[in-house]
Design a protein around this ligand. Structure first.
Ligand code: GLU
Length: 421
Protein backbone atom coordinates (compact mmCIF):
# COMPACT_ATOMS: atom_id res chain seq x y z
CA UNK A 1 0.00 0.00 0.00
CA UNK A 2 2.75 2.44 1.00
CA UNK A 3 4.64 1.56 -2.16
CA UNK A 4 1.57 2.27 -4.29
CA UNK A 5 0.95 5.55 -2.48
CA UNK A 6 4.56 6.53 -2.87
CA UNK A 7 4.55 5.69 -6.53
CA UNK A 8 1.43 7.81 -7.01
CA UNK A 9 3.01 10.67 -5.10
CA UNK A 10 6.18 10.68 -7.14
CA UNK A 11 4.73 9.98 -10.58
CA UNK A 12 5.38 13.32 -12.32
CA UNK A 13 2.34 13.07 -14.58
CA UNK A 14 0.06 12.45 -11.56
CA UNK A 15 1.77 15.36 -9.83
CA UNK A 16 1.05 17.67 -12.74
CA UNK A 17 -2.50 16.39 -13.19
CA UNK A 18 -3.53 16.80 -9.57
CA UNK A 19 -2.64 20.52 -9.68
CA UNK A 20 -4.29 20.77 -13.10
CA UNK A 21 -7.48 19.25 -11.66
CA UNK A 22 -7.63 21.69 -8.75
CA UNK A 23 -7.08 24.65 -11.09
CA UNK A 24 -9.58 23.35 -13.67
CA UNK A 25 -12.24 22.95 -11.01
CA UNK A 26 -11.69 26.44 -9.65
CA UNK A 27 -11.91 27.80 -13.20
CA UNK A 28 -15.05 25.72 -13.83
CA UNK A 29 -13.36 24.55 -17.01
CA UNK A 30 -15.70 23.17 -19.65
CA UNK A 31 -15.52 19.31 -19.56
CA UNK A 32 -14.66 19.14 -23.28
CA UNK A 33 -11.79 21.60 -22.89
CA UNK A 34 -10.68 19.69 -19.81
CA UNK A 35 -10.34 16.56 -21.93
CA UNK A 36 -8.43 18.37 -24.67
CA UNK A 37 -5.96 20.03 -22.30
CA UNK A 38 -5.24 16.95 -20.25
CA UNK A 39 -4.28 14.83 -23.29
CA UNK A 40 -0.97 15.31 -25.10
CA UNK A 41 -1.42 16.06 -28.82
CA UNK A 42 1.23 13.57 -29.88
CA UNK A 43 3.69 11.15 -28.28
CA UNK A 44 6.56 9.71 -30.24
CA UNK A 45 8.85 6.87 -29.14
CA UNK A 46 11.96 6.13 -31.17
CA UNK A 47 14.53 3.33 -31.02
CA UNK A 48 17.94 4.78 -31.72
CA UNK A 49 20.67 2.34 -32.79
CA UNK A 50 24.20 3.58 -32.13
CA UNK A 51 27.54 1.99 -32.88
CA UNK A 52 29.38 2.46 -29.59
CA UNK A 53 33.12 3.18 -29.36
CA UNK A 54 33.78 -0.45 -28.42
CA UNK A 55 32.35 -1.61 -31.75
CA UNK A 56 29.08 -2.91 -30.30
CA UNK A 57 25.65 -1.80 -31.42
CA UNK A 58 23.36 -0.47 -28.74
CA UNK A 59 19.74 0.58 -29.12
CA UNK A 60 18.55 3.52 -27.02
CA UNK A 61 14.95 4.62 -26.43
CA UNK A 62 14.01 8.24 -26.98
CA UNK A 63 10.79 10.21 -26.62
CA UNK A 64 9.31 13.46 -27.83
CA UNK A 65 5.94 14.43 -26.40
CA UNK A 66 4.13 17.37 -27.94
CA UNK A 67 1.52 18.37 -25.42
CA UNK A 68 -0.30 21.31 -26.98
CA UNK A 69 0.09 23.71 -29.91
CA UNK A 70 -2.89 26.01 -29.35
CA UNK A 71 -0.71 29.08 -28.67
CA UNK A 72 2.13 28.38 -31.12
CA UNK A 73 4.91 25.94 -32.02
CA UNK A 74 5.85 23.35 -29.43
CA UNK A 75 8.73 24.37 -27.18
CA UNK A 76 10.73 22.38 -24.67
CA UNK A 77 14.04 20.81 -23.83
CA UNK A 78 15.63 17.43 -24.46
CA UNK A 79 17.09 15.57 -21.48
CA UNK A 80 19.57 12.72 -21.33
CA UNK A 81 19.28 10.58 -18.19
CA UNK A 82 19.14 6.91 -17.17
CA UNK A 83 15.75 7.29 -15.47
CA UNK A 84 13.89 9.10 -18.28
CA UNK A 85 10.40 7.63 -18.75
CA UNK A 86 7.45 8.40 -20.99
CA UNK A 87 5.42 9.45 -17.95
CA UNK A 88 8.11 11.91 -16.94
CA UNK A 89 8.48 13.36 -20.45
CA UNK A 90 4.69 13.63 -20.73
CA UNK A 91 4.48 15.62 -17.50
CA UNK A 92 7.41 17.82 -18.48
CA UNK A 93 5.75 18.51 -21.87
CA UNK A 94 2.53 19.63 -20.19
CA UNK A 95 4.52 21.78 -17.76
CA UNK A 96 6.07 23.50 -20.80
CA UNK A 97 2.59 24.34 -22.13
CA UNK A 98 1.65 25.92 -18.79
CA UNK A 99 5.04 27.60 -18.39
CA UNK A 100 4.91 29.30 -21.80
CA UNK A 101 1.35 30.42 -21.06
CA UNK A 102 2.26 31.80 -17.59
CA UNK A 103 4.92 34.07 -19.11
CA UNK A 104 2.63 34.70 -22.08
CA UNK A 105 5.00 33.74 -24.88
CA UNK A 106 3.56 32.32 -28.13
CA UNK A 107 4.51 28.68 -27.75
CA UNK A 108 2.89 25.39 -26.91
CA UNK A 109 4.65 22.74 -24.85
CA UNK A 110 6.81 19.73 -25.63
CA UNK A 111 9.62 17.74 -24.08
CA UNK A 112 12.11 15.16 -25.25
CA UNK A 113 14.23 12.61 -23.48
CA UNK A 114 16.60 9.78 -24.20
CA UNK A 115 17.22 6.96 -21.73
CA UNK A 116 21.01 6.91 -21.49
CA UNK A 117 23.82 7.53 -19.05
CA UNK A 118 25.67 10.52 -20.48
CA UNK A 119 28.30 10.38 -17.72
CA UNK A 120 29.55 7.13 -19.23
CA UNK A 121 29.40 8.06 -22.90
CA UNK A 122 32.07 9.65 -25.08
CA UNK A 123 31.47 12.89 -26.99
CA UNK A 124 31.32 10.87 -30.21
CA UNK A 125 28.65 8.55 -28.83
CA UNK A 126 26.58 11.49 -27.58
CA UNK A 127 26.89 13.20 -30.95
CA UNK A 128 25.68 10.08 -32.82
CA UNK A 129 22.81 9.66 -30.36
CA UNK A 130 21.73 13.28 -30.79
CA UNK A 131 21.98 13.23 -34.57
CA UNK A 132 20.10 9.96 -35.04
CA UNK A 133 17.37 11.07 -32.59
CA UNK A 134 17.02 14.36 -34.51
CA UNK A 135 16.91 12.56 -37.86
CA UNK A 136 14.17 10.25 -36.59
CA UNK A 137 12.10 13.28 -35.55
CA UNK A 138 12.87 15.31 -38.66
CA UNK A 139 9.23 15.62 -39.77
CA UNK A 140 7.93 16.90 -36.47
CA UNK A 141 10.68 19.43 -35.66
CA UNK A 142 11.10 22.88 -37.19
CA UNK A 143 10.92 26.56 -36.26
CA UNK A 144 7.17 26.57 -36.92
CA UNK A 145 6.54 23.09 -35.53
CA UNK A 146 8.60 22.12 -32.52
CA UNK A 147 11.71 23.85 -31.16
CA UNK A 148 13.91 21.88 -28.70
CA UNK A 149 16.32 23.38 -26.17
CA UNK A 150 18.76 22.14 -23.52
CA UNK A 151 17.54 20.41 -20.38
CA UNK A 152 19.12 18.01 -17.89
CA UNK A 153 22.54 16.81 -19.18
CA UNK A 154 22.24 18.53 -22.55
CA UNK A 155 23.93 21.79 -23.49
CA UNK A 156 24.90 24.23 -26.27
CA UNK A 157 26.96 21.57 -28.07
CA UNK A 158 24.03 19.14 -28.19
CA UNK A 159 21.85 21.92 -29.62
CA UNK A 160 24.50 22.65 -32.26
CA UNK A 161 24.29 18.98 -33.38
CA UNK A 162 20.48 19.15 -33.52
CA UNK A 163 20.66 22.34 -35.58
CA UNK A 164 23.27 20.91 -37.96
CA UNK A 165 21.44 17.60 -38.46
CA UNK A 166 18.14 19.33 -39.14
CA UNK A 167 19.84 21.80 -41.50
CA UNK A 168 21.58 19.02 -43.45
CA UNK A 169 18.18 17.40 -44.09
CA UNK A 170 16.63 20.73 -45.13
CA UNK A 171 19.63 21.51 -47.37
CA UNK A 172 20.05 24.96 -45.83
CA UNK A 173 20.94 26.37 -42.41
CA UNK A 174 17.92 26.62 -40.14
CA UNK A 175 19.05 28.30 -36.93
CA UNK A 176 15.53 28.69 -35.49
CA UNK A 177 14.95 24.93 -35.10
CA UNK A 178 16.56 24.91 -31.62
CA UNK A 179 17.36 27.40 -28.89
CA UNK A 180 20.16 27.36 -26.36
CA UNK A 181 22.68 27.09 -29.23
CA UNK A 182 26.19 28.53 -29.14
CA UNK A 183 26.07 32.29 -29.79
CA UNK A 184 28.21 31.83 -32.94
CA UNK A 185 25.47 29.61 -34.44
CA UNK A 186 22.55 31.97 -33.83
CA UNK A 187 22.28 31.58 -30.06
CA UNK A 188 21.22 34.46 -27.87
CA UNK A 189 23.25 36.54 -25.49
CA UNK A 190 22.07 35.81 -21.97
CA UNK A 191 20.49 32.40 -22.74
CA UNK A 192 23.08 30.43 -20.77
CA UNK A 193 22.33 32.33 -17.54
CA UNK A 194 18.64 32.92 -18.24
CA UNK A 195 17.02 30.27 -16.01
CA UNK A 196 19.24 31.21 -13.06
CA UNK A 197 18.58 34.91 -13.71
CA UNK A 198 14.83 34.26 -13.76
CA UNK A 199 15.15 32.47 -10.40
CA UNK A 200 16.96 35.50 -8.98
CA UNK A 201 14.31 37.90 -10.31
CA UNK A 202 11.59 35.75 -8.68
CA UNK A 203 13.49 35.76 -5.36
CA UNK A 204 13.68 39.57 -5.55
CA UNK A 205 9.94 39.80 -6.10
CA UNK A 206 9.18 37.30 -3.34
CA UNK A 207 11.28 39.03 -0.66
CA UNK A 208 9.67 42.32 -1.65
CA UNK A 209 6.30 40.69 -1.03
CA UNK A 210 7.24 39.65 2.51
CA UNK A 211 9.28 42.77 3.29
CA UNK A 212 12.84 41.38 3.44
CA UNK A 213 16.11 42.77 2.07
CA UNK A 214 18.64 40.86 -0.03
CA UNK A 215 21.45 41.23 2.54
CA UNK A 216 19.40 39.71 5.34
CA UNK A 217 18.09 36.82 3.22
CA UNK A 218 19.73 33.41 3.66
CA UNK A 219 19.47 31.10 0.66
CA UNK A 220 20.11 27.36 0.26
CA UNK A 221 20.37 26.01 -3.28
CA UNK A 222 19.97 22.32 -4.11
CA UNK A 223 21.63 21.34 -7.40
CA UNK A 224 24.77 22.66 -9.06
CA UNK A 225 23.96 22.25 -12.75
CA UNK A 226 23.05 25.09 -15.11
CA UNK A 227 20.16 26.35 -12.99
CA UNK A 228 21.58 25.82 -9.48
CA UNK A 229 25.14 27.04 -10.01
CA UNK A 230 24.18 30.09 -12.06
CA UNK A 231 21.20 30.89 -9.82
CA UNK A 232 23.45 30.69 -6.74
CA UNK A 233 26.10 32.87 -8.37
CA UNK A 234 23.64 35.57 -9.44
CA UNK A 235 21.96 35.59 -6.01
CA UNK A 236 25.39 35.83 -4.35
CA UNK A 237 26.45 38.68 -6.65
CA UNK A 238 23.16 40.46 -5.91
CA UNK A 239 23.98 40.42 -2.17
CA UNK A 240 22.00 37.42 -0.87
CA UNK A 241 23.73 35.28 1.79
CA UNK A 242 24.16 31.77 0.35
CA UNK A 243 24.19 29.40 3.34
CA UNK A 244 23.96 26.06 1.54
CA UNK A 245 24.86 24.48 -1.81
CA UNK A 246 24.72 20.91 -3.07
CA UNK A 247 25.24 18.72 -6.08
CA UNK A 248 24.14 15.14 -6.71
CA UNK A 249 26.70 13.75 -4.22
CA UNK A 250 25.95 16.01 -1.26
CA UNK A 251 26.16 19.52 0.00
CA UNK A 252 27.93 22.12 2.10
CA UNK A 253 26.65 24.57 4.69
CA UNK A 254 27.92 27.76 6.30
CA UNK A 255 25.49 29.99 8.12
CA UNK A 256 27.83 32.97 7.74
CA UNK A 257 27.70 32.67 3.98
CA UNK A 258 29.52 30.78 1.22
CA UNK A 259 31.61 32.55 -1.41
CA UNK A 260 29.89 31.14 -4.52
CA UNK A 261 32.73 32.23 -6.82
CA UNK A 262 35.12 30.15 -4.71
CA UNK A 263 32.64 27.24 -4.73
CA UNK A 264 32.38 27.30 -8.53
CA UNK A 265 36.18 27.38 -8.89
CA UNK A 266 36.54 24.53 -6.39
CA UNK A 267 33.86 22.54 -8.23
CA UNK A 268 35.55 23.05 -11.60
CA UNK A 269 38.85 21.84 -10.17
CA UNK A 270 37.66 18.92 -8.05
CA UNK A 271 34.18 18.06 -9.45
CA UNK A 272 32.88 18.17 -5.89
CA UNK A 273 31.61 20.80 -3.48
CA UNK A 274 32.63 18.89 -0.36
CA UNK A 275 35.93 19.98 1.15
CA UNK A 276 35.40 23.62 0.21
CA UNK A 277 37.34 25.31 3.02
CA UNK A 278 35.21 26.96 5.69
CA UNK A 279 32.09 24.87 5.04
CA UNK A 280 30.51 21.85 6.72
CA UNK A 281 29.57 18.90 4.51
CA UNK A 282 25.96 17.71 4.62
CA UNK A 283 23.61 15.34 2.81
CA UNK A 284 21.13 16.52 0.21
CA UNK A 285 18.30 15.81 2.69
CA UNK A 286 19.97 17.99 5.33
CA UNK A 287 20.44 20.77 2.80
CA UNK A 288 16.70 20.90 2.16
CA UNK A 289 16.08 21.14 5.89
CA UNK A 290 18.72 23.84 6.45
CA UNK A 291 17.94 27.02 8.38
CA UNK A 292 17.37 29.51 5.59
CA UNK A 293 14.87 32.05 4.29
CA UNK A 294 14.76 30.89 0.67
CA UNK A 295 15.17 27.32 -0.49
CA UNK A 296 15.91 26.90 -4.21
CA UNK A 297 15.42 23.27 -5.29
CA UNK A 298 17.24 23.29 -8.62
CA UNK A 299 18.09 19.63 -9.08
CA UNK A 300 15.36 17.25 -10.14
CA UNK A 301 11.80 16.09 -9.47
CA UNK A 302 10.29 14.87 -6.19
CA UNK A 303 12.72 16.39 -3.71
CA UNK A 304 10.14 17.96 -1.40
CA UNK A 305 7.59 15.29 -0.52
CA UNK A 306 5.07 14.34 2.17
CA UNK A 307 8.04 12.79 4.02
CA UNK A 308 10.15 15.93 4.45
CA UNK A 309 7.92 18.97 3.76
CA UNK A 310 7.18 19.33 7.45
CA UNK A 311 10.88 19.51 8.26
CA UNK A 312 11.70 22.52 6.07
CA UNK A 313 12.72 25.76 7.76
CA UNK A 314 12.48 28.23 4.89
CA UNK A 315 9.93 31.03 4.36
CA UNK A 316 10.08 30.88 0.56
CA UNK A 317 10.63 28.07 -1.95
CA UNK A 318 11.71 29.18 -5.42
CA UNK A 319 11.49 26.15 -7.70
CA UNK A 320 14.42 26.21 -10.12
CA UNK A 321 13.85 22.56 -11.14
CA UNK A 322 10.77 21.21 -12.88
CA UNK A 323 8.49 19.37 -10.45
CA UNK A 324 10.73 19.42 -7.35
CA UNK A 325 7.69 19.37 -5.02
CA UNK A 326 5.09 16.61 -5.01
CA UNK A 327 1.40 17.50 -4.92
CA UNK A 328 1.10 15.82 -1.52
CA UNK A 329 3.73 18.20 -0.15
CA UNK A 330 1.84 21.28 -1.38
CA UNK A 331 -0.74 21.10 1.43
CA UNK A 332 1.93 20.73 4.09
CA UNK A 333 3.84 23.73 2.74
CA UNK A 334 0.66 25.73 2.64
CA UNK A 335 -0.16 24.88 6.26
CA UNK A 336 3.37 26.02 7.18
CA UNK A 337 2.67 29.28 5.30
CA UNK A 338 5.70 28.83 3.07
CA UNK A 339 5.47 31.01 -0.02
CA UNK A 340 6.06 28.69 -3.00
CA UNK A 341 7.07 30.27 -6.30
CA UNK A 342 6.09 27.40 -8.58
CA UNK A 343 8.38 25.90 -11.20
CA UNK A 344 6.26 27.02 -14.15
CA UNK A 345 6.94 30.60 -13.08
CA UNK A 346 10.26 30.41 -11.19
CA UNK A 347 12.25 28.60 -13.89
CA UNK A 348 10.55 30.24 -16.89
CA UNK A 349 13.52 32.55 -17.50
CA UNK A 350 15.12 29.88 -19.69
CA UNK A 351 12.25 29.45 -22.09
CA UNK A 352 11.65 33.20 -22.12
CA UNK A 353 15.14 33.85 -23.47
CA UNK A 354 14.64 30.85 -25.78
CA UNK A 355 11.73 32.81 -27.18
CA UNK A 356 14.01 35.83 -27.66
CA UNK A 357 16.53 33.56 -29.41
CA UNK A 358 13.87 32.21 -31.77
CA UNK A 359 12.70 35.76 -32.55
CA UNK A 360 16.29 36.88 -33.23
CA UNK A 361 16.96 33.87 -35.47
CA UNK A 362 13.84 34.56 -37.49
CA UNK A 363 14.72 38.23 -37.87
CA UNK A 364 18.44 37.63 -38.40
CA UNK A 365 18.99 40.56 -36.06
CA UNK A 366 20.69 40.04 -32.71
CA UNK A 367 20.24 41.89 -29.45
CA UNK A 368 22.81 42.95 -26.87
CA UNK A 369 22.94 41.14 -23.54
CA UNK A 370 21.64 44.27 -21.82
CA UNK A 371 18.51 44.25 -24.02
CA UNK A 372 17.97 40.51 -23.43
CA UNK A 373 18.32 40.89 -19.66
CA UNK A 374 16.05 43.88 -19.40
CA UNK A 375 13.35 42.21 -21.55
CA UNK A 376 13.69 39.08 -19.40
CA UNK A 377 13.31 41.14 -16.24
CA UNK A 378 10.21 42.84 -17.64
CA UNK A 379 8.52 39.55 -18.52
CA UNK A 380 9.46 37.81 -15.24
CA UNK A 381 8.33 40.73 -13.05
CA UNK A 382 5.07 41.15 -14.98
CA UNK A 383 4.39 37.41 -14.80
CA UNK A 384 5.22 37.23 -11.09
CA UNK A 385 2.86 40.13 -10.42
CA UNK A 386 0.13 38.64 -12.61
CA UNK A 387 0.32 35.32 -10.72
CA UNK A 388 0.43 37.06 -7.33
CA UNK A 389 -2.59 39.22 -8.24
CA UNK A 390 -4.45 36.12 -9.47
CA UNK A 391 -3.60 34.33 -6.20
CA UNK A 392 -4.90 37.25 -4.11
CA UNK A 393 -8.04 37.62 -6.19
CA UNK A 394 -8.98 33.94 -6.14
CA UNK A 395 -7.60 33.24 -2.64
CA UNK A 396 -5.36 30.44 -3.81
CA UNK A 397 -1.62 29.87 -3.47
CA UNK A 398 0.84 30.91 -6.19
CA UNK A 399 1.03 27.37 -7.60
CA UNK A 400 -2.68 27.02 -8.19
CA UNK A 401 -2.85 30.63 -9.39
CA UNK A 402 -0.17 29.99 -12.00
CA UNK A 403 -1.96 26.86 -13.24
CA UNK A 404 -5.27 28.75 -13.35
CA UNK A 405 -3.76 31.63 -15.29
CA UNK A 406 -2.05 29.27 -17.74
CA UNK A 407 -5.02 26.95 -18.26
CA UNK A 408 -7.31 29.92 -18.73
CA UNK A 409 -5.04 31.32 -21.46
CA UNK A 410 -4.65 28.01 -23.31
CA UNK A 411 -8.38 27.23 -22.98
CA UNK A 412 -9.28 30.67 -24.32
CA UNK A 413 -7.08 30.22 -27.41
CA UNK A 414 -8.45 26.72 -27.97
CA UNK A 415 -12.01 28.00 -27.85
CA UNK A 416 -11.20 30.91 -30.15
CA UNK A 417 -9.61 28.60 -32.72
CA UNK A 418 -12.55 26.20 -32.57
CA UNK A 419 -12.42 22.49 -33.23
CA UNK A 420 -11.42 21.43 -36.74
CA UNK A 421 -13.24 18.27 -37.72
N1 GLU B 1 14.53 22.96 -20.50
C1 GLU B 1 14.13 24.27 -20.09
C2 GLU B 1 12.83 24.21 -19.31
O1 GLU B 1 12.48 23.19 -18.75
C3 GLU B 1 14.10 25.25 -21.25
C4 GLU B 1 13.12 24.93 -22.33
C5 GLU B 1 13.25 25.83 -23.56
O2 GLU B 1 13.98 26.81 -23.51
O3 GLU B 1 12.59 25.52 -24.53
O4 GLU B 1 12.16 25.19 -19.15
Amino acid sequence: MTAILQDKETNPFESMMSRFDIAAEKLKLDPGLYQILRSPDREITVSIPIMMDNGQLKVFTGYRVQHNIARGPCKGGIRFAPNVSLDEVRALAAWMTWKCAVVNIPFGGAKGGIICDPAHMSMGEKEKLTRRYTAMLIDVLGPERDVPAPDMNTNEQVMAWVMDTYSMHQRHTVTGVVTGKPIELGGSQGRHDATGRGVMICCDQAIKRIGMKREETRVAVQGFGNVGSIGARLLFEAGYRIVGLSDINGGILNDHGIDVHAAIKHYQETRTLESLPGTTPCTNEALLEAQCDILVPAATENQITSQNADKLHCKIICEGANGPTTAAADDILESKRILVIPDILANAGGVTVSYFEWVQDRQGYFWTEAVVNSELERIMVDSFNAVAAYADKHRVNMRIASYMLAIDRVAYTTKLRGIYA
